[in-house]
Design a protein around this ligand. Structure first.
Ligand code: FPP
Length: 268
């Protein structure tokens, strides 16, 4: 799949509910509707992979009733949405360590993954009992030798855009390796209020950003940044070396081509 990888930290369910004088569980339930809306909107916006942070390994420290509510919601969602996902060409997968999840939830995950395995329109990845640091440790443990490429391949595609709702500005142990060069967008919108228009706005901001991957980007009119300066660039072009002059193709100072950006994403 060659669209964008968008990852979302779905924050603000609790505050959304509290602001309405309702129990936090209502916020999580309303958050489920926002998940549906987002999944439905994603493919048409050029997103091919959507990773949603549903439950971190640290969330086990919440009150038992809230944990149970969340795990029940995931099971219900997987049960009711698997068929709809299949109809929409959505391939559903779950990231995170499953052993600790209740057996009925594990069964719902397996069923949903099986039912939607042929989906081509969108890779939907739900992070449940997930920790970015644990994921890196797991990858290192399974890759021999644990090279950058092998770990990247094991973990999955690099994140292009990471959105966090709810007004906080942190990563909270989410996709730490894969987000090395992600663009970050933080919105004060609480997750239950998140609409397709918010996703569109975040993507608009993303498309307006300059992604440099640690390199130098220069105006397209100059085409290549020549560390030797304009004079030598002119001289090089007189010498007949025009387009390649000082291209820096092997010194890392070149404009990342569409191909190189693609390669970064595809090697995962
Ligand atoms: C963070 O908001 C949200 C969570 C810990 C749970 C996310 C779960 C959902 C969106 C429910 C539906 C998900 C799926 C995949 C069906 P918070 O409760 O920490 O909000 P707060 O910061 O306002 O307290």
């Amino acid at each position: 799949m060659d669209g964008l990888h968008v990852a979302i930290i779905m924050d603000g369910n609790g505050r959304w509910a509290t602001a309405r004088g309702r129990p936090r569980a209502d916020g999580h339930r309303a958050g489920t509707e926002a998940v549906r809306r987002t999944v439905e909107a994603a493919p048409a916006l050029g997103i091919s992979t959507l990773t949603l942070y549903a439950f971190s390994t640290d969330n086990w420290h919440r009150p038992q009733t809230e944990v149970s509510t969340l795990l029940d919601l995931f099971r219900t969602y997987l049960h009711s949405e698997a068929r709809r996902c299949r109809e929409q060409g959505v391939r559903l997968r779950v990231l995170g360590r499953r052993e600790r999840l209740p057996v009925p939830l594990q069964a719902a995950i397996n069923r949903a993954e099986r039912l939607t395995a042929a989906g081509q329109a969108l890779d939907l990845r739900l992070a449940i009992n997930y920790s970015g640091r644990d994921a890196i440790l797991d990858a290192i443990g399974r890759c021999t030798p644990p090279t950058r490429e092998a770990v990247s391949r094991y973990l999955g595609p690099e994140v292009d855009l990471l959105i966090r709702t709810g007004g906080e500005q942190r990563l909270s142990d989410f996709l730490l390796w894969e987000s090395a060069y992600a663009e970050l967008v933080f919105t004060p919108r609480m997750w239950p209020d998140f609409e397709a228009a918010d996703l569109r706005a975040a993507l608009q901001e993303f498309h307006g950003r300059e992604r440099r991957f640690g390199r130098l980007l220069v105006p397209q009119t100059l085409r290549w940044l020549d560390p030797r300066g304009a004079e030598s660039r002119e001289k090089s072009s007189e010498d007949g070396n025009g387009d390649q002059a000082g291209a820096g193709a092997d010194d890392g100072h070149c404009v990342p081509s569409r191909d190189s950006v693609e390669q970064r994403r595809n090697h995962a």
